[in-house]
Design a protein around this ligand. Sequence first.
Ligand code: ZN
Length: 153
Amino acid sequence: MDDQFRELYQEIILDHNRSPRNFGSLKDATHTLEGHNPLCGDHYVIYLKIKDGRVEDVRFEGKGCAISKSSASVMSEFIKGKKVSEIDQYIELFQKIVRGELDPAEYLEKLGKLAVFAGVSEFPMRVKCATLPWHTLHNALHGKQNDHISTEE
Ligand code: ZN
């Protein structure tokens, strides 16, 4: 990873940790799910409002490290307005990016800020922090409502 990319990574983590987007609860959520990463203590609730097969609104609340919080924040911005049927492919791509299995430079256009999370791949202990919100999103979309999950697989 080059220096410019690493800088961008740090900038996005700092920015979204300091002022997370879509932070809070959502009263008319159609899907609500809690996610917990016991390795780090990250704990969030993801709220989704799905209408006509699209993510009409999304919020999250809870607490955790800068990586998990910024990941949830960037995710919320990214998925808002997207079709539910498209989301699984992004979940998979994001997980591959943070595990260092894909070259982020090739996905910048498609994934935007999500690709920058490739920076996490240099810190294997933090991969679960970054994937927690996405893992929770996946479970929420696949009907595991109000289920307490763990990222320890
Ligand atoms: Zn964490």
